[in-house]
Write a protein that binds this ligand. Structure first.
Ligand code: GLN
Length: 231
């Protein structure tokens, strides 16, 4: 996906995260401000979120542009969650455009979004992925290795494909894991929670940019960042 975000904190409506901010994912789907690759994100979108009493996330994905989704726009103001992962997609050349190619990908409790590209030919074979899109194969690899080993997987894949861009967002509903490897990511820590986003959704000066090649971990206790050392 080409722009993604995650929230961990007090429950917020999906609309307040995805649709309402002045530079929301909705706006980023047709007018991103910091996108380096691609100009619009019209090849689909997806949102995954957790609700109390249910371990596995709920998920809504589509192969259509987010700006045309009237039903989601109607529902999003009344659906709340304390952990949300959402993305809008600009398909890499040669990749399929289908609902199952849109993030977030899922396995059990986990959700994953990928902003970037990777040569599918170099990826180690894994069990069935949700789609043949590079991001779904990468997600399947992360799920198989264990999301705890996210930085190791990024290092491994980057060694196999030095041109890979591997900005990942992963959550199990209780923490957020993110990597920067070739694309932008910003963090906003507020009293209510923490947001990670490919680019800020507003001009709040509290947004800070995450340097490249970092692993970001967000828990209810705060945000930590460490370098992903090259192997
Ligand atoms: N390579 C992925 C895809 O085709 C993600 C693309 C992106 O980040 N723009 O969906």
């Amino acid at each position: 996906m080409c722009r993604h975000l995650a929230w961990l904190g007090r429950p917020r409506t999906l609309a307040s995260l995805v649709l309402e901010p002045p530079s929301s994912l909705l706006v980023q789907s047709y007018a991103p401000r910091r996108q380096r690759y691609g100009t619009v994100n019209a090849d689909g979108w997806g949102v995954g979120f957790y609700v109390p009493g249910r371990a596995e996330p709920a998920r809504w994905r589509s192969a259509r542009p987010l700006w045309g989704e009237a039903s989601f726009a109607s529902l999003a103001p009344v659906v709340e969650s304390g952990c949300v992962l959402a993305a809008v997609r600009s398909a890499t050349v040669g990749m399929p455009i289908e609902e199952s190619a849109a993030a977030p990908f899922t396995d059990g409790r986990w959700l994953l979004s990928h902003n970037g590209r990777v040569d599918r030919a170099v990826l180690p074979a894994v069990r069935a992925a949700e789609s043949t899109v590079d991001s779904a194969l990468l997600a399947a690899l992360v799920f198989e290795r264990g999301p705890e080993r996210l930085a190791d997987v990024v290092r491994e894949v980057a060694a196999l494909d030095p041109a890979a861009r591997l900005n990942l967002l992963v959550t199990d509903g209780s923490r957020l894991l993110a990597t920067t490897w070739g694309d932008t990511l910003s963090v906003l820590a507020t009293e209510d929670g923490v947001a990670l986003a490919s680019e800020p959704w507003d001009d709040d000066p509290a947004w800070t940019d995450v340097p490249d090649r970092q692993l970001v971990v967000v828990t209810p206790d705060g945000v930590s960042t460490e370098e992903i050392a090259c192997s």
